[in-house]
Design a protein around this ligand. Structure first.
Ligand code: HEM
Length: 209
């Protein structure tokens, strides 16, 4: 009886974990890297996009209700999935074993990176409005380890998202045949590389500006 309950609870947690990976996380990551690409336009263009995002109505609800709460859930449930190493059907599928491991390795890197990123951006570097965000970030990214830490963080997030969408399609029965899974994997690998390129372009907007 209690074993059945645990199984059902686990099933729900896994499904919610999967859904939160798509929305809001995947949607937000795409939007976030796109918005940051204003760094390639000019310091003024970047500052005004940040100011308008920070000036949005219902900001605390959007930040905490729609973004951070589901994100924290995905992170905590993700750590639980990694630590408990629950049986996963993908593990049986030998060619995808490396992707299964890489999904977990990138999850850990992104976990550390996101905490660093949110804490430093929200509470240390950019803790009041209005200010010259662009200049502050330009100075930060001039430090080599910070720049390369961002390259690694963006790369891991892009991989985790692209490979995650692949497993999402399997989890929800969208791709069932081996051929559809191969095609989806190829399309999402390309999408992941494009996302990585957009992230790097946004980052380089601060160093080559
Ligand atoms: C940029 C941030 C992130 C995005 C966009 C994202 C997105 C996704 C997506 C779309 C999936 C696929 C869900 C599925 O297979 O149905 C996934 C899986 C996963 N995520 Fe994330 N995620 C992010 C951050 C994290 C973090 C910080 C962790 C923390 C440990 C994490 C842990 C996991 C794990 C363990 C899986 C695999 C679950 C499984 O195979 O059953 N993710 N993620």
């Amino acid at each position: 009886m209690s074993a059945d309950k645990t199984t059902y609870a686990e099933f729900l947690i896994r499904r919610l974990h999967s859904l939160t990976g798509l929305a809001p996380l995947a949607v937000f990551l795409g939007f976030h890297l796109f918005a940051n690409s204003y760094s390639t336009k000019s310091g003024g263009a970047f500052n005004s996009i940040v100011d308008s995002l920070r000036g949005m109505p219902y900001l605390p609800f959007i930040e905490w209700g729609l973004l951070l709460s589901p994100f924290i859930f995905h992170m905590v449930a993700g750590v639980w999935i990694i630590v408990t190493g629950q049986p996963n059907i993908l593990r049986q599928n030998r060619p995808r074993n490396w992707a299964y491991v890489a999904q977990r390795v990138t999850a850990i890197v992104v976990f550390v990176f996101i905490i660093y990123h949110v804490v430093t951006m929200k509470y240390v570097y950019l803790d009041s409005t209005p200010m010259d965000y662009y200049e502050i970030l330009r100075a930060k990214f001039a430090t080599p380890w910070i720049y390369w830490w961002y390259v690694i963080g963006i790369g891991c997030a892009a991989f985790h998202l692209a490979n995650g969408l692949c497993t999402f399609c399997m989890t929800w029965g969208i791709t069932v045949t081996r051929q559809s899974q191969r095609l989806t994997a190829a399309a999402l690998a390309a999408a992941g590389m494009i996302l990585f390129a957009i992230g790097l372009t946004a980052l380089n907007g601060f160093t080559h500006g």
